[in-house]
Design a protein around this ligand. Sequence first.
Ligand SMILES: NCc1[nH]cc(CCC(=O)O)c1CC(=O)O
Length: 310
Amino acid sequence: MTKKKLVIASRESALAMWQARYVQQCLQMVYPDLCVDIRGMTTRGDQILHQSLSKIGGKGLFIKELELALQQEVADIAVHSLKDVPMQLPKGFVLAAITKRANPLDAFVSHQYADLADLPPAAIVGTSSLRREAQIRLHYPHLQVKPLRGNVQTRLDKLDRQEYAAIILAAAGLERLGLDGRIRKILPAEVLLPAVGQGALAIEVAAHRQDLLKLLQPLHHPVTAACVTAERSMAKVLGGSCQVPLAAYCVEKSGMLELRGLVASADGTTVLRASAQACLEEAEQLGLNVAQQLTHQGAQQLITAVLSER
Ligand SMILES: NCc1[nH]cc(CCC(=O)O)c1CC(=O)O
């Protein structure tokens, strides 16, 4: 009898490959007889590095090629950073499993300085995320924010070439790549509310592959799934994408979910915040609730204004 085989589609960046290997190892732990291969592929998002992501069309760019591989059955599953997965998946695809969340927070990385608060006036902070930019400008209006794109190592190289006094990266990405030694400070959610889904991995399959849902079940982490469901349902209502400064962070505490949401203007002068609690079973509703509060504060107008400026 031939061994059963499963193919993982992954982007080729070091972080994506680490994540694919992580899922490969988890699967092999649960199914020692399963043969799991990784198929690396380049996406349009990886190729276009000179323009800001929010201008070239956002998140979908990083996952389209992988979805094509699933559709053509060149691969069985695709592993993504959940943060890079659009709120609305294209028809015919589902997220079959969400893995246990790693560090969801952002990290401050700098040679000279230990914290955002230590940066002198006009110091240059690198990030291309509107969410990070707006919150930095809110708390530290004396700093300059300059675009910074590329994979994690490229961004660190640019910091090392002294193009920036500091940069902000997701803690999870640095930790996965063994680069946590570069973290000077984990930025608390009060200063920098993280991105929807940050720190969690999503395993995507073609919707007709029902067989895979059961296979992937052991990798699914229900508490993480409830948290990110709340975050994603909030973002979906608000039309969230990386084109608008939007943040959402949900934690579970003694069986209850607590969701905090934020929508801002790019310059950080207007920041709307809302929060609510619900039980795990009502994650979706919790997201709607927080989205509704933000809408009442004028989130839609803010988002429309941000989008029309671009
Ligand atoms: N935008 C790219 C991206 N997508 C996921 C991560 C980090 C890992 C994660 O959030 O799970 C990163 C790098 C970063 O933002 O620093």
